[in-house]
Design a protein around this ligand. Structure first.
Ligand code: SF4
Ligand code: SF4
Length: 355
């Protein structure tokens, strides 16, 4: 199923998506001191952009903070020492379309899907949101100096994680159904047929690939990083200037660490709730145990964990890197640390030293 829409026709297409009962998240430019582009719910007449967002739409499946369980306590009037508890743990999931995300961020959903859906237990909260999500990606016609999707199994036209792949050609956008959900949505729309424009799409996509600087071979990164695990000097060299601010994790479409906290009124009858909120493995508090012991005592160990998870342990478990090459951890790091340089340094390192 292939459809075509002109730039002027995009608001009507967004209105159609909205009329189908979806919250439609679109990239919106925020004129802050440092220009940012974030996803926000679309409303009639609202300006939006098709530029790559500076913040990925990860919140569509993993909100910064969400309620997992609400609880309410009540005392038995006949026997006040007896307390019963009512729990409400029903996942909340609103039908959502993420519009004009990029292929790296769509691959981010596929990377999150594996631990959240494909392990021994599916996470019901993530599952409900993921099933309610439709992803419409805009292929990239060229990369930027921090993009490296093609190093890690993706690319500027990768369909992985997308339901519909949209490509800009002269005069408008061709939308290609990738999944049955995407096909159905396009079939229900009133957009004109785009099949006769598909040869142009192929030309544009080919040019996008041709514009990329060739990727180094990082296939051996999982084994090499595992071998470098005990070389503390290597990790200290790579991490010296890190500020432990956590920007790299909060901007990442594939980071999924969280913390669980309870809010409530103790044993009173007001009840409370259990929250899941994003956490940051670059923080020294992330692994601090209740006893005060912290297995990751220095920031070099935290960086080692972050990079090794993405390029060694996740691939060992799931057969793919858990980095989509979006480059946001590079462009948002205040001290310009570059995850690519760390992976390449590990690959080039000669003899790992013992811890
Ligand atoms: S963004 Fe940079 S400085 Fe901040 S924690 Fe990540 S690597 Fe360290
Ligand atoms: S590790 Fe960096 S480049 Fe990779 S997906 Fe996360 S933010 Fe993007």
């Amino acid at each position: 199923m292939t459809r075509f829409v002109t730039p002027d026709g995009l608001p009507a297409f967004l209105a159609f998506l909205s009329q189908q009962g979806n919250r439609v998240l679109v990239p919106v430019e925020k004129p802050a001191a440092k220009r940012s582009i974030v996803f926000e719910p679309w409303r009639e007449g609202m300006p939006f952009t098709l530029e790559k967002a500076t913040v990925p739409a990860k919140e569509a499946v993993l909100p910064q903070s969400e309620t997992l369980v609400r609880y309410k306590k009540s005392r038995d009037p006949e026997n006040p020492s007896r307390i019963s508890m009512q729990l409400d743990d029903k996942p909340e999931a609103e039908a959502t379309v993420v519009f004009a995300t990029r292929p790296c961020d769509a691959r981010g959903y596929a990377i999150l899907d594996r631990p959240y859906l494909k392990g021994p237990f599916a996470d019901p909260y993530y599952k409900a949101r993921r099933e309610a999500l439709t992803v419409i990606s805009l292929t990239c016609n060229s990369g930027c100096n921090t993009c490296f999707c093609h190093w890690v199994g993706g690319g500027p036209t990768s369909p992985e994680g997308s339901d519909i792949l949209m490509t800009e050609i002269e005069g408008g956008y061709v939308l290609q159904g990738i999944t049955p959900k995407g096909e159905e949505l396009l079939a229900a729309s009133t957009l004109e047929d785009g099949a006769d424009r598909f040869s142009k799409v192929e030309e544009v996509r080919k040019a996008a690939w041709a514009s990329l600087v060739p990727a180094p071979n990082i296939k051996e990164a999982p084994e090499k990083l595992a071998a470098m695990f005990t070389d503390v000097e290597f990790w200290q060299d790579q991490t010296d200037r890190c500020l432990s601010c956590g920007a790299c994790t909060y901007f990442c479409p594939t980071c999924y660490c969280f913390n669980i906290t309870d809010e409530g009124e103790g044993l009173s009858e007001k009840g409370g709730r259990r929250l899941r909120s994003w956490d940051n493995c670059m923080s020294s508090l992330f692994t601090r145990e209740a006893s005060g012991h912290n297995p990751r005592t220095i920031k070099a160990f935290r960086m080692r964990n972050r990079v090794s998870h993405k390029y060694s342990t996740y691939p060992e478990n799931w057969g793919s890197f858990s980095c989509s090459g979006c480059g946001r951890c590079i462009s948002n790091c205040p001290v310009c640390l570059d995850i690519r340089a760390i992976v390449l340094a590990a690959l080039e390192a000669k003899q790992p030293k013992a811890e």
